[in-house]
Design a protein around this ligand. Structure first.
Ligand SMILES: Nc1ncnc2c1ncn2[C@@H]1O[C@H](COP(=O)(O)OP(=O)(O)OP(=O)(O)O)[C@@H](O)[C@H]1O
Ligand SMILES: [Mg+2]
Length: 344
């Protein structure tokens, strides 16, 4: 359903008749997701490339207007988030019947694509990226914006592995609804949604979404980056949702022996089923990651330049010989002077 396209496609739109959306000239297609297409555009006023996300609005009548307004309102809320690890939103509007968001064109790849290429992340890389994403989430939560759809496809890595979170608050993650018989049903069956693999247990069971939902999903993304396995898998969506709400995945350090226990603990704590057992904020998770990284840095530094440690008394004399003889010499001299003074 979703094209894994991050470089402009092989058939530039410029070869077909020029298309415009608002003031932007469309030059290519970047990819598509559950909301609709993402296009590469050019802003003639600022003279820069922009990524334009089009709302695919399948609603009818008043529903269409409502969805449009919601999309634009949420884009505006996300547009107020100015943070180095959050994609910049330039514009959100409906023009000529097309509802769109114009945002920073990211030159890089999202983590889903990188994992799809078989990349194995070093655990330090994972902790560094997650630390920055947790910082971006902290910033957004403090402004009252919850992402609701943190997943590898929504985290881009640009130069120097800098993460940029996209789709802040724009992603529509429908909760489960009840069908006419009062049975829970999911909206995923109609392909309305992408993957629910990183969805929190509260989202999977129609509970209210809070900032701790993002904490959970960041834990689930870290899980996959550390193990190259999704925390939950199942043959169909309902089973997957059941597993998310009821099963505990194997700790990442048991799947990948290179993952330190402490980092695995951070992931498992973020992914607790009950929100009150998780880190109580993205800031708290960021702090845990920062402490982990600082300890690792210290350990690596001391491994590179071990301090000279004297193990035995003999070694102490050998390594600090001059100091040893100087101290003893002083003591003996003082004793001799004292003896002379008393024996007079
Ligand atoms: N700001 C951007 N800069 C460059 N490419 C982008 C940008 N935003 C999105 N894309 C590209 O467009 C593709 C589609 O993105 P979109 O957000 O619509 O779907 P998704 O996140 O992959 O899946 P879903 O719709 O299920 O959330 C992405 O995979 C990415 O390649
Ligand atoms: Mg997306």
């Amino acid at each position: 359903m979703i094209q894994n396209v991050h470089q402009p496609s092989q058939t530039p739109a410029s070869k077909s008749p020029m298309r415009r959306i608002g003031r932007f000239t469309i030059t290519d297609k970047l990819g598509s997701g559950s909301n609709g297409n993402v296009l590469l555009g050019h802003d003639p006023i600022i003279d820069r490339a922009v990524a334009i996300k089009i709302l695919n609005n399948p609603g009818v009548g008043a529903e269409i207007k409502q969805r449009e307004q919601q999309f634009i309102n949420e884009a505006r809320a996300a547009g107020r988030l100015s943070h180095p690890n959050i994609v910049t939103i330039y514009d959100a509007s409906t023009e000529g019947g097309t509802t769109f968001i114009a945002m920073e064109f990211l030159q890089g790849k999202d983590i889903r694509a990188i994992l799809g290429e078989g990349k194995r992340f070093d655990y330090i890389e994972v902790a560094n990226i997650a630390y920055k994403v947790a910082g971006a989430l902290t910033f957004a939560h403090n402004q009252g914006v919850i992402h609701r759809d943190i997943k590898p496809a929504n985290i881009f890595l640009v130069e120097n592995n800098q993460p940029k979170v996209v789709d802040f608050g724009i992603a529509r993650v429908p909760n489960r609804t009840l069908d006419e018989n009062g049975q829970p049903q999911t909206l995923f069956k109609n392909n309305i949604m992408g993957t629910p693999n990183y969805m929190s247990p509260e989202q999977a069971s129609s509970q209210p979404v809070t900032p701790l939902t993002d904490v959970y999903s960041l834990g689930a993304v870290m899980y996959e980056m550390l193990t190259n396995q999704k925390p939950f898998s199942a043959s169909d969506f309902d089973k997957l949702l059941y597993n998310i709400t009821h099963k505990t995945p194997k700790s990442p350090d048991l799947i990948n022996r290179e993952v330190p226990e402490k980092l695995a603990h951070i992931v498992m704590k973020a992914m607790q089923k009950k929100p009150h057992r998780r880190y109580q904020s993205a800031a708290e998770m960021a702090l845990a990651l920062n402490k982990f990284l600082a300890k690792e840095k210290r350990a690596r530094r001391s491994a590179r330049s071990p301090l000279p440690v004297a193990h035995t008394f003999k070694e102490a004399i050998a390594s600090k010989g001059w100091l040893f003889w100087l101290s003893w010499g002083t003591v003996l001299m003082a004793a001799a002077l004292a003896y002379r003074a008393f024996s007079r």
